[in-house]
Write a protein that binds this ligand. Structure first.
Ligand code: PSU
Ligand code: MN
Length: 293
């Protein structure tokens, strides 16, 4: 693993750091907005008093903190592979360049001692009977990190995903809400048992895990989007998007990028704007939590 200068210095000095994933850049957002967002999000983290650590694999090596040309490569090189945790060793051995999902980013961040991670929406259990469940879920059950997200992506089976998080013993805390957020939607329609109102409360919970021996898993902070998508439009896009995915026989790790692209295109950029707002808000909150820790 290699570190950017600023991440290495921050780790040594135990200053607050926020991990950022790269699949959102390579496979979640369209060019050229993706690179602009990557740069803006890093700036938001810095402006809020933490060091950004965008994580990716470049020619077989893992970088924690990317240089500008590496960020550019992840955003613009179409050969960059979406990598989950299980792919890391394979891609390292074959010297590939790859963008890390929530699962892979959390895995690397936790290993190097970073405690906070910001993303858009978590992966989860997909709709339908194909047994498609994101590796994000299992990964969070064995990765000690605070992950700030806007719930799980609304293209998923939300209730099944919440049940799986319970089974996997991953705590889910609503940030200033008692409702589980629905990514593009402020409210997914499901209740949350626990609500927190400040980074300090989150940090107290984080440190209590040690006393009760539950340090193995992640803690999910669910931060709802302010300006949500019209729910009727959301339902229409989802139905149509699922039909299109079925017709084109999209499967496996292509499903999520396909549906996100479908939403962004057919909503004429409205969901893209919301997705970007989500990432920015989560990065800001993550920086505040990192400082509280
Ligand atoms: N959140 C977003 N956009 C994304 C993702 C999350 O706002 O593109 C990515 C994350 O990298 C997440 C992945 O880990 O989608 C989930 O993919 P899958 O469903 O194939 O596990
Ligand atoms: Mn999958």
């Amino acid at each position: 693993m290699k570190y950017s200068n600023e991440v290495e210095a921050a780790l040594k000095a135990k200053r607050p750091i926020v991990a950022l994933e790269s699949t959102i850049l390579s496979h979640g957002l369209p060019r050229p907005r993706n690179l602009e967002v990557a740069i803006e999000v890093e700036k938001i983290v810095r402006d809020n008093g933490a060091t950004p650590a965008t994580i990716a694999m470049i020619h077989g090596e893992i970088y924690v903190g990317l240089k500008p040309d590496q960020l550019d490569q992840i955003a613009n090189d179409t050969s960059v592979i979406k990598t989950s945790t299980r792919d890391l060793a394979i891609l390292a051995a074959t010297k590939k360049s790859a963008a890390t999902t929530v699962a892979a980013t959390a895995h690397i961040a936790a290993k190097v001692g970073i405690s906070v991670f910001a993303t858009g929406g978590l992966g989860g259990v997909h709709i339908g009977d194909g047994f498609d469940e994101s590796a994000d879920l299992h990964s969070l059950s064995m990765t000690p990190i605070i992950i700030v997200c806007a719930g799980v992506k609304s293209i998923l089976n939300v209730s099944a995903t919440l049940e799986r998080l319970e089974t996997l013993s991953v705590p889910v805390l609503g940030y200033k809400t008692n409702r589980f957020p629905g990514f593009f939607l402020t409210d997914s329609g499901y209740n949350l048992e626990y609500r927190v109102g400040s980074p300090k409360e989150i940090s107290d919970i984080w440190y209590q895990r040690k006393n009760v021996h539950t340090i193995a898993s992640a803690v999910v902070i669910a931060n709802p989007v302010m300006n949500q998508l019209d729910p009727a439009l959301h339902d229409k896009l989802l139905t149509k998007g699922m039909q299109a995915a079925g017709k084109q026989k999209i499967s496996g790790k292509e499903v999520t990028p396909f549906l996100l692209e479908y939403f962004h295109r057919v909503s004429e950029g409205r969901t893209l704007d919301i997705n970007i707002e989500i990432i920015k808000a989560n990065s800001k909150l993550a920086a505040e939590i990192a400082k509280a820790l």
